[in-house]
Design a protein around this ligand. Sequence first.
Ligand SMILES: [Zn+2]
Length: 295
Amino acid sequence: MPDVLLFFIDGLGIGTRGPHNPLDGLSDAAALANFQNEKSELPFAGVLIETDARLGVEGRPQSASGQTTILTGINAPATVGYHKQGFPNRALLDVINEHSIFLQLKRAGVAPITFANTYTERFFEARPRWISATTASVEAAGLEFNRVEDLNAGRAVYQDFTNQMLIERGENVGSRTPEQAGDVLASIVANHRFTLYEYFITDKIGHAQDREAAHSVLQNLARMIRRVLANINLSSTTMVLTSDHGNIEDLSTKSHTLNPVPTIIWGAGSQQMADRISSLADITPAIVSLLTHDA
Ligand SMILES: [Zn+2]
């Protein structure tokens, strides 16, 4: 049975080519530079699935309901009747508390499992607490959160994996290149049956329509991803990259897009897993099945 890395990127759709799309013509962006109606040549033999993020519900897909869907396998917008922005409400938290991927894996005896991201003390102290779908999914299974000391010990990665945002806030951490961050994430993956990593600056930049920032963030992210792929054992590890909705691939609008999102699968069992996925609701069941070998 392979180990699994779920690499979640907020706000990355598969767009059309054109000046609105910062990925069009961007160098060093392999793995992320995928376009509608084009066959992608993915590094490390990745399999790309154009994945439906609209989930049969009117309106633009949003983060809370999309992430809940990815992290539970339940079509959250269809369950509550709408796409929910930002942070999950009570109805979505109920879905997460019952079906979180971490909880499903824990119940099945799959261990160790981890959320690779780092939380700062500020998060634990802040009131009211704004709990993302990811945080709620981790809490649903009673898992420990990584803190800055774990990051410094090479056991965690920050959501801004270069650590720049932490340094600007006065945290005592060193900066990391995308390659160094990729090395750390790959070593976390090697020590766990299931690892989740979340990156959301892409969504912020999409909303800000900041073309320059989009270029550097997408290049760095692609470098980090390729480094992870170079360092994990792809014969015994499956990496699944996905997103909750489109955004950064179309800077002509500050809203989310209606585009499909990329789900990209690399490594062990990639084709079998790809065959099971057409919407965001298919990701958790495919991962749980792979990790519990009941496929
Ligand atoms: Zn957003």
